[in-house]
Ligand binder design. Structure first.
Ligand code: NAG
Ligand code: NAG
Ligand code: NAG
Ligand code: NAG
Ligand code: NAG
Ligand code: NAG
Ligand code: NAG
Length: 818
């Protein structure tokens, strides 16, 4: 890696940026002022709002006990149970990590260590809602007890600062609990407290939050205070003793996790602020201590915080938008979305005890089903060197565990939601030209294995039903599959997703000159058509929606099954189940109505099946206007932009505006669903840039940006790509209350590097070559981007439905059946 890192630092420190600035002077300003980590920390956003470095392993925050505390702290009035150092962000599943929380007392009742309360359920406390402060690299909160807690982090180490209310009789006690957010501790956990120094070391085994297996995490906690150490010891359940310093504790008593851990107490004194430095490691307590000692040697809060601020500032450097005529809340929405794309995945390089390798190791891909759509594509533009490491890690994981992950957290396999989504990630990154150290032949072999071999346990890797896929060319409902095991549901969404997976594999095969493979996978990528039932209608509350032709489940014998096309849609309140339950439906987390648009590679064939662009547009409008789609979940992302394929790019622009900022606003409750490791953040960022990816293809769909201009420096080439609007001010006058909200007007014409540009999409070289796109706006939908030759590429041909030409290609027989 050295040559590449060297190249990068050169780009950032000298030549690259200077040249870029010469070409496109861009306003520079401190963007951290526009990052609000609390967005999505309430109302099911499940965002981790605490202190972290980009892709950092240590993530410090106050943990609460309220409903959506998956990310540790939920800003919705729960009680604080402790302060812990490991978290995931935005995930569904159980609350993730939250291991080894600390909890502070100014003093114990009766000045007796047994006068403090140890069990989590009993010690938890309210916090002062307006005391909560969150900034990149910093989180602060005041407990109802008057204790102010500030925290910051290095890569594997957290630093907590506990300030107690002034009172000369204080004798602060900090406890460390051998627990996690989900009370998932397994077998024997240990802690040793050094009586001389107060250092606490130990470990415990825990369960992952959306996967199988378990993981062991080690810790090393040191404490510093102007006050002298008074005593230390351990606690079990509600009792503590300074006479005992070592504890090995079982999993639970009668099914309830047994509280246990260590404590340290300080002498009364004038200033008894306590700093707690907690190093964590998956390798050993020694490594946890080594991280802590090297990363935060002097317990210096301000320096550690400043380092974090510098790292975030550096990471945010490639992108700037114009601040002309735009409300600060819009900037906050945008930059905070970008920030969240770099909380997860987490860089556990050097922290993987499962195999020996010199490759990078990233974890908390939680899940690729979420992040392939826009998060990793965004990072591919914005932070390619990190994406390169992520891809190398995915390939290395396959090398050692046999399969590419689909979801991965805490060193464990997570559950697969549908297709083999790592295929989409690898293909997208491959097409966008990232190379540095990536073994693409190994990458291709890994995705091909997903396509060809069925794993024994396809609930956590690969694909199920591959025999049917190859022989019948669809995934049947109630498949007969004795080769591998997983939940036998989602036959429609799996058919659609496997089709797409095969398409992206075909694209990689083309790039690698594997022509026969490319043809084979392209053929298979048309299998989605085999579940299209031409005469299927859709009724809602007894009334015909007026549309005919939907996907339907199909049995092994070729007979159609039935699933109401609106079941599991946003408007279905009948209790339909569409997750991973064995009673679930044939579409994952959404309806047939929404999945009918999931043919990202073959949109023209889909448009033909749905009777041409006009009928397609009416149908896509119906999906959105009737609230059938649920913008709070990832399958909805692309539907916002698919008007482009019907020659109606202006409608995509309108649609973006109906969702942002109304459904994605810069407030704690501002996200419509789980952020899913930053997937929602990337949706906001890319939609507001006016460039949305169709991932797995070299395609960005163009819409009106929310800013007068957007500049992105390619960290690979140092060149600056710019989107500018020529006549922004005309269309972005302040709204009735005087706020400039942006994103108004429709594209009438465009130039690319000064030459007229009519295509409604653009390729990745826009970013790497630093091109300049100038958009001329108008009040109404124009003709720009509406012609056949302006449309994004599609596997199937454009039909004869109104783009002025082309061969009408009707679906007649089972695709792929000879
Ligand atoms: C928080 O704790 C207080 C007592 O300190 C209790 O009254 C309240 O119900 C708790 N809130 C929640 C959400 O558990
Ligand atoms: C936990 O410790 C006990 C006591 O030393 C031992 O008998 C038991 O086998 C240990 N359990 C595991 C799973 O290691
Ligand atoms: C990940 O961590 C390793 C080891 O600390 C480091 O060399 C690498 O640069 C990190 N990668 C990123 C993207 O931060
Ligand atoms: C594929 O073949 C073309 C034309 O022969 C060649 O230019 C290209 O380098 C080859 N690519 C790979 C990955 O082998
Ligand atoms: C095909 O299988 C389904 C499910 O077992 C059954 O309901 C249907 O009657 C079968 N069709 C024929 C033609 O045998
Ligand atoms: C869709 O939901 C929005 C609010 O989320 C509501 O204003 C609108 O009336 C709903 N439309 C329909 C057709 O139910
Ligand atoms: C401008 O319009 C008013 C009235 O419709 C809204 O209440 C504001 O929220 C809006 N401003 C922004 C920034 O969206």
């Amino acid at each position: 890696m050295p040559p590449y890192n060297l190249l990068l630092s050169l780009l950032f420190t000298s030549a690259g940026l200077v040249n870029a600035a010469d070409r496109h002077p861009q306003e520079d300003y401190d963007v951290l002022q526009y990052i609000n980590p609390l967005i999505g920390s309430a109302n099911g956003g499940n965002v981790f709002p605490g202190a972290s470095l980009p892709y950092g392993m240590a993530k410090a925050v106050a943990d609460t006990d309220s409903g959506s505390n998956q990310g540790g702290f939920a800003h919705e009035g729960g009680n604080v149970t402790g302060f812990s150092s490991m978290h995931d962000s935005g995930t569904g599943g159980s609350p993730s990590l939250g291991n080894f929380p600390l909890f502070p007392y100014a003093k114990c009742a009766g000045d007796d260590v047994n006068g403090c309360v140890y069990p989590k359920n009993q010690r938890k406390l309210r916090y002062k809602p307006d005391s909560v402060q969150a900034h990149p690299g910093y989180f602060g909160i005041e407990l109802a007890s008057g204790v102010q807690v500030d925290m910051t982090t290095a890569h594997h180490t957290s630093l907590f600062r506990f300030k107690f209310p002034e009172d000369a009789s204080n004798s602060p006690l900090i406890l460390l609990d051998l627990t996690d957010l989900s009370n998932s501790r397994q077998d024997n956990a240990t802690i040793s407290v050094d009586a001389e120094t107060g250092r606490m070391t130990g470990d415990a085994r825990f369960a992952p939050s959306f996967g199988s297996g378990s993981y062991v995490l080690h810790f090393c906690a040191d404490f510093q205070s102007p006050a002298a150490l008074r005593d230390s010891g351990i606690f079990v359940n509600s009792r503590a003793s300074a006479d005992v310093h070592d504890l090995k504790i079982s999993r639970s008593i009668n099914g309830y996790p047994l509280p246990g851990g260590g404590f340290i107490r300080f002498q009364p004194g004038e200033d008894n602020t306590v700093l707690a430095r907690v190093g964590v490691s998956f390798m050993s307590t020694q490594q946890a201590c080594a991280h802590a000692e090297s990363e935060i040697p002097k317990f210096d809060f301000d320096t550690t915080h400043q380092t974090a601020v510098d790292k975030w500032t550096e990471k945010m450097r490639p992108i700037r938008v114009s601040r002309n005529n735009i409300d600060a809340s819009i900037l906050t929405n945008f930059y905070s979305g970008i920030y969240r794309t770099m909380i997860n995945p987490q860089n556990y390089t050097g922290e993987n005890p499962l195999w020996q390798s010199s490759e990078p190791y990233f974890d908390s891909f939680y899940c690729l089903w979420d992040s392939f759509r826009s998060q990793i594509p965004f990072l591919t533009i914005f932070d390619p060197s990190s994406v390169t490491q992520m891809v190398r890690s995915l390939i290395d994981t396959q090398r050692h565990l046999g399969w590419l992950p689909d979801c991965r957290m805490s060193l464990c396999k997570g559950y697969t939601q549908g297709g083999s989504n790592a295929d989409n990630v690898l293909a997208d990154v491959y097409l966008k030209g990232l190379k540095d150290g990536i073994d693409w032949e190994a990458g291709y072999a890994a995705v091909q294995k997903d396509a060809e071999e069925e794993p024994y346990d396809w609930s956590s890797e690969g694909r199920g039903g591959l025999r049917s896929w190859k022989d019948l060319h669809y995934i049947p409902v109630e498949d007969f599959d004795y080769e591998g095991f997983g939940t036998m549901t989602r036959s429609i969404s799996r058919t659609l997703e496997y089709s797409y997976n095969d398409f992206v594999i075909a694209q990689m095969a083309r790039g690698l000159n594997k022509t026969a493979d490319a043809e084979r996978y392209e053929r298979r990528s048309r299998y989605w058509q085999n579940l299209f039932k031409k005469d299927q209608t859709s009724f809602w509350q007894g009334k015909d929606t007026g549309f005919t032709g939907f996907f339907q489940p199909k049995y092994l014998n070729g007979t159609w099954g039935y699933q109401d096309p609106l079941a599991c849609s946003n408007i279905d309140n009948s209790g339909s189940v569409c997750s991973l339950q064995n009673t679930a439906g044939e579409t994952f987390e959404s309806s047939i109505w929404e999945y009918q648009f999931f043919v990202p590679h073959d949109m023209q064939s889909l448009i033909n099946l749905l009777n041409g662009p006009e009928a397609f547009t009416t149908r896509l409008d119906y999906l959105h206007n009737q609230n059938i789609t649920y913008i709070g979940n990832e399958p909805a992302f692309l539907t916002v932009f698919q008007y482009h394929y019907a020659g109606r790019p202006a409608k995509s622009t309108s649609r973006v505006r109906t969702y942002i900022p109304d459904f994605f606003s810069p407030t704690p409750a501002g996200l419509p669903g789980n952020d899913d490791s930053g997937a929602m953040g990337s949706f906001v960022a890319m939609a507001m840039m006016g460039l949305f990816p169709n991932p797995g293809q070299d395609v960005y769909l163009l819409t009106v940006p929310f800013f007068e201009s957007v500049s992105i420096v390619s960290p690979l080439t140092g060149k600056t790509a710019t989107v500018k609007t020529a006549n922004w001010a005309e269309f972005n006058t302040p709204n009735v209350t005087g706020d400039a909200v942006g994103g108004n007007g429709f594209i009438q014409s465009a130039t690319l590097d000064g030459v007229e540009y009519t295509k409604n999409w653009i390729g990745h070289d826009f970013f790497t070559e630093g091109r300049e796109l100038v958009l001329v706006l108008g009040k109404e939908e124009g003709v720009w981007g509406t012609k056949k030759e302006d449309l994004p590429p599609s596997l199937g041909e454009i039909g004869g439905f109104g783009f002025g030409g082309g061969n009408e290609r009707r679906w007649e027989s089972m695709v792929g059946m000879s």
